[in-house]
Design a protein around this ligand. Sequence first.
Ligand SMILES: Nc1ncnc2c1ncn2[C@@H]1O[C@H](COP(=O)(O)OP(=O)(O)OP(=O)(O)O)[C@@H](O)[C@H]1O
Ligand SMILES: [Mg+2]
Length: 257
Amino acid sequence: MSLSFVPSLDVRGLAYAYPDGHQALFGVDLTVERGERVALLGPNGAGKTTLVLHLNGILSGGVGTVTVAGLPVEKANLARIRRKVGIVFQDPDDQLFMPTVREDVAFGPAAAGLRGPELEAVVVKALTRVGMAEYADRPPHHLSFGQRRRVAVATVLAMEPEILVLDEPSSNLDPASRRELADILRSLDVTVLMVTHDLPYALELCPRSVVLSEGVIAADGPTGDLLADEELMRRHRLELPFGFDPTARPTRKPAPH
Ligand SMILES: Nc1ncnc2c1ncn2[C@@H]1O[C@H](COP(=O)(O)OP(=O)(O)OP(=O)(O)O)[C@@H](O)[C@H]1O
Ligand SMILES: [Mg+2]
């Protein structure tokens, strides 16, 4: 079978209870094809982050399987899996731990073997993409939340993952940064799974959405169809912003002449 027919992500029957006994996932099935951009929607506590943390083996030990580009997520494969799956965590403070922004962004590529000018070029490129190149020598904990989120995105972009998983990437970003991140995500030739409560962002970026609710996939379909389904939305505590019409065609500014 040609590699292009292997899904980027294949989750089968994933069930998981935290060590305290709280069960968060009750049998999740999800397949994401190469190059797809999929939004993962659902109310607080639905299990979205729990699912995300299974995609590169941070959480494990439950029932079911997770396969990334044909490679099972299990101990023996973790180093390879973590190069393929780039996760931008919900909280950037879980991602940034080095004394400077530069060292944080360099960490992954250095672990993968890059050194010297080659490493520096990768770091500068990733920081430039998120508009944070000037902050390379600052300690991450001196940055604002939105700036730390942008650096966290850079740490993952620097790894050039084959699947990019973002847990609420637009939260706390100002409107310009939110749009710039959308432009970056659209420009990348990678599979994207994006957890978000920002439904217009899901509609703008992801042709397909899945709704996770109480630890199971409750809906899976074209984002516009899901957002227009008022009964589905109500049932899963999903609310569109005031005045937002998911069936309206996006208005695009005419190109300047
Ligand atoms: N470390 C933990 N120990 C025990 N239970 C946990 C732990 N982390 C999360 N949970 C529980 O698991 C369930 C799913 O949590 P999860 O963080 O995956 O939700 P979420 O969909 O990401 O929510 P949010 O939209 O608020 O980020 C919740 O009921 C939560 O209380
Ligand atoms: Mg979460």
